[in-house]
Design a protein around this ligand. Sequence first.
Ligand code: NDP
Length: 433
Amino acid sequence: LHRNPGESEFHQAVHEVFQSLGAVADRHPELVDTGVIERLCEPERQIIFRVPWVDDSGKVQINRAFRVEYNSALGPYKGGLRFHPTVYLGIVKFLGFEQIFKNALTGMPIGGGKGGSDFDPKGKSDNEIMRFCQSFMTEMYRHLGEHTDVPAGDIGVGGREVGYMFGQYKRITNRYEAGVLTGKGLDYGGSMVRTEATGFGLVYFVREMLASRGLDLRGKTVSVSGSGNVAIHAALKAQELGATVVAASDSQGYVYDSAGLDIDLLTEIKFQRGERISVYADERTTATYHAAGNVWTLPVDIALPCATQNELDEESAKNLVSNGLVAVAEGANMPCTPGAIKVFNEAGILFGPGKAANAGGVATSALEMQQNASRDSWSFKRTDAKLDEIMTGIHEACARAAADFGSPGDYVTGANIAGFQRVARAMVAQGVV
Ligand code: NDP
């Protein structure tokens, strides 16, 4: 704690993983003796830099940016960039730490990293976004490379931003290095399904959790929080598999639609028109908008928090449980507080932690890197089938590790142990570096 003062999200993430590892340490003392735990508390490299840019009125703006290159035991650092005013070192370190184990769970050759800036894209013009991305990359490029560090998107960073950053990287380095960023446009090295992957993968994971208890998605009611990339694609896949998604939100309020969300309309409002979610209720007679409260007050079978960290607290968890909840899976990173997770555990609710349940995005990024390396491009069907296979594999790995270490059905323990073991074995094999 004293080495990382004030980084509360980082402390929370480290504590959550390490409290699962007692049984592994007892069975595999060699992992502890070689300082793996201590090394995992310290990122391999942390980069903090200034991003100067000029806004449309000609005024100079300064933002702060970060890249935490956390662990490269399994491959190049891999993890998204977040542009949001709340970004500071503690957020980037928590995300980078989680990313190590998530990436290990995918079984792909990718290490863990994360980055971002306190830049707020809301209300900025397209030209301002471009100038910011170019300035960001003018410093960041020297740390990147397809064998070194490969960023992607996260909150506030989508295809447009990745495109601007890729263009600037190419210009500075004079190299068409497609594998240096993932989440690229389909015309220049992007992968089919990457946009949908986190949300789709989340629902494939939920399908497997439900199947472990002889249940499925048909006829279930679902709420998602957020209405960004992860939330909308999770809602779409859940409806495809027979569930009814009754609610979604943004940072100002939520909509409830008794007939089930019209995903096409929501997608148009959020992605094409860039409007607030309240507009959805104006255009749909079965829907109501609520500026206060959150989606967790609604009775549903399945809750999918897909917005941001610590958005579902103990009180919301109690509410969901008393309303008959069956399963929760984290589309966002660490959206449930420790108190909420305790409530779900005690009530016997199926709980899929983010590092397992939302790993579909980064797994598909690794598939994008594979396609770039072989100068190939796969069909939607082939890539989606591969994503499904990976998510099913992650579910199996978590379930197996949980049972093997005495906590059957506990996906938190299973994900932490399975992810940790792969990284730790590689770290031990590579010596104290
Ligand atoms: P987006 O920027 O596309 O969407 C974020 C959504 O969350 C927006 O609708 C935003 O609303 C909403 N939101 C933010 N804060 C709150 C809040 N306090 N309450 C309710 N809604 C809120 O981001 P993504 O969908 O890409 O990412 C969402 C989460 O998923 C993040 O935790 C991210 O780390 C995680 N994730 C993303 C992956 C990806 O592939 N994109 C991969 C794995 C995890 P508003 O517009 O009002 O801000």
